[in-house]
Design a protein around this ligand. Sequence first.
Ligand SMILES: NC(=O)c1ccc[n+]([C@@H]2O[C@H](COP(=O)([O-])OP(=O)(O)OC[C@H]3O[C@@H](n4cnc5c(N)ncnc54)[C@H](O)[C@@H]3O)[C@@H](O)[C@H]2O)c1
Length: 358
Amino acid sequence: MSENGKKVLKAGIIGIGVIATTKHIPNLLKRDDVEIIALCDTDVSKCKEAIEKFGLQAVIYTDYKEMCRDQEIDVIHVCTPNPLHCPITLEALAHGKHVHCEKPLACTYSDAQKMVEAAKAAGKKLTSGLQWRYNAAPLKIKEMIKNGELGDVYYVKSQQLRPRRLPAYGVYTSKEQNGGGVLMDGGPHSIDLPMWLTDNYEVESVRGVTFDKMKNFPEGNDLGPWDPENFDVEDTAMAMITMKNGMMIYMETAWATNMIQEAPGVTISAAGTKAGADMVGPTFECSVRTTKIVDGKLKTEIENIPEPVDMNAYDINHWIDAIQNDTDPAVLPEQAATVTRVIEAIYESARTGETIHF
Ligand SMILES: NC(=O)c1ccc[n+]([C@@H]2O[C@H](COP(=O)([O-])OP(=O)(O)OC[C@H]3O[C@@H](n4cnc5c(N)ncnc54)[C@H](O)[C@@H]3O)[C@@H](O)[C@H]2O)c1
């Protein structure tokens, strides 16, 4: 039992790369009601390094199916490349585990639906790592929208333009191994944030465009040069997403572009009939600028939120609390599945030049 009288959950993590070792393991370790008892990676050295670095007492698996059969494990975190999200999650759910699956939930909508249905059938919880919702500024803007301070919100813009921050490690530039490019990486956050802010996942249609213009210009990348020979994905994507209630979302995401976005992460601007709100740089994650008419004049005001929110800790804490208290996870699997459906529609629209209707 933990200090708060809860059962200590036994966790296993699959895919011991960057996200497992920067978000999942450190934040699980902060809790006294979770114990990491197993790690799985096809590359054993990744497990050994993590065990050493974090002082874990964990069994090592190289086959995720074998790990899923471990009866001691209550919860599995899936941190592998994207095409493995669906098969691993289905395997884990079939063995009665709760599953935190990194974003994107799946590479196709039909796989995402299978995962949502499998979680329901198993009576287990499923969530996905859409933690960019949980910065202080989006949380504040969401509260403003909920309170009616912005009025009728009819347009939300979400932007994540990285001038040169392409993940040149792992499998990110391979369609076969990553399922796609930046749309599968920054895309899920950029698509989820506007829908989550407005509590609206009812998509009417999607028109998208993708580019791979930068693949032959690997110099100057923050994360080292990439290999243009092993690069068959998009580096930039834009989409207009029209919602059933008429609201419009414009989303742009890029790994490499000769444009400077003031803030380094995903930023949001929301326009409503009473006021607009956006995240402003350089402290974008903690600053909200509102624009509205006061006494007949346009007034802008910046509120700096004193306490930042640790979005990664927020994600993991909400997830573990949902299991412990038998409540819904903050990121509902149906929301993550809709995000995957939008990504699929952007690819389809970019390929055909058509608007995709849901
Ligand atoms: N939520 C976020 O903001 C965020 C940020 C980064 C990455 N991610 C997601 O996390 C996942 C992993 O990304 P990363 O940057 O950590 O990649 P990474 O390449 O650093 O790590 C992936 C690990 O999975 C292992 N692996 C591959 N096949 C496996 C298999 N069959 N069984 C077990 N392990 C296997 C690899 O050896 C590697 O160690 C991706 O889905 C990515 O989209 C999410």
